[in-house]
Design a protein around this ligand. Sequence first.
Ligand code: SF4
Length: 399
Amino acid sequence: MTEAQVPLSETKRALEIRDLRVVFQTYAGVVNAIDGIDLTVYKHELLGLVGESGCGKSVTALSIAGLLPENAYVQSGEILLDGDDLLHRSKEELRLARLTDIALVFQDPMTYLNPVISVGNQLTDAFNENMKVYKNELVDFRLSQIEADLKGTAGNRVELQKERERLVLLRENPNSKLSRGEGKRLSRLRAIEYLKLVQLPEPERIMKSYPFELSGGMRQRAMIAMALIRRPKVLLADEITTALDVTIQAQILKLVQELRDKIDSAIIVITHDLGVVAQVCDRVAVMYAGNIVELATVDEMFSNPMHPYTKGLFAAIPKLHGGSKGDLESIKGSVPDLIYPPSGCRFHPRCPLAFERCPKVKPPPVEVSPGHKVWCLLYVTSGQSKTEYHDGEEHVDAR
Ligand code: SF4
């Protein structure tokens, strides 16, 4: 059985979010941006987080990375990375986690790349600034390159063996340090390897280039290399193809999918585009107004969407052969104001199937088939549930 065929329940969990609640303090009032979400992401998995603007996708990503803006805070919940709660880490521990465990790639690389620093220096900066943290990783990486070269025909064997002996000594002595020159050399070699991994041609030339000298697609590849070079446990890719033209989008998505097989990370793809999800993801979580409303494998979600909101999203996708009138379907109403979120099911004011209990009861997750969960009262059967009351609202625990 290959890794991809192993059932998710038996695969190692990379990240677990439990009952996460995030609020923003604004002049207009308190925005309830994330309303108690639960999500598990597995190693090697490509998980899509999909929903319209303002549904909480990016706030979820910023919470994981510890990069919420000043006026936001986590009200309650846990974000477990390898079983360790990120929310209980100090600022310094979180900074280290971002250096080693969690990486983000954003929509517009030009905004995040420094225009006056070469791509090579931006790729190696994290290493050069934190050589103590990366010493063993850089040495191990170079040792693996040397082993590969010694097995093949590349390089001078005597020189390679001498370098290997020197690096093994460095690796074995926990008190040893990499000299500045050695650290720079190793991080440069690693940067070139990662530029090759993201399929950028002439990596040595790209190292010397400035962001404005690269095309949009090349810049996005460089950003992905920058995120992956630290071999994060979790990679958050936030709308990474939105600013690119269609051809480059397809290339970047193909790259992300190929990288999944080459790196050890779990990848969370944040997007408003169901097409992106269909192309690259293994599973997808649909978010609405700060809640996850449906979670399933991509095949299951696309063949059998069950939540009325998910059904609405699929109905709104333009079809090649439209209906007789050719009109696009849309979800009626607008996204709710999260300062005053709707009671019970937050989708009830727009839901065509809402019934009397929907404004009163917060829907629990119901597993409608293995791995397919829906947060909708239509699927809660009376024999399966227990109702509790908090803050004047009913909460149903699915059994
Ligand atoms: Fe619609 Fe009610 Fe289901 Fe919410 S719980 S999605 S309002 S049917």
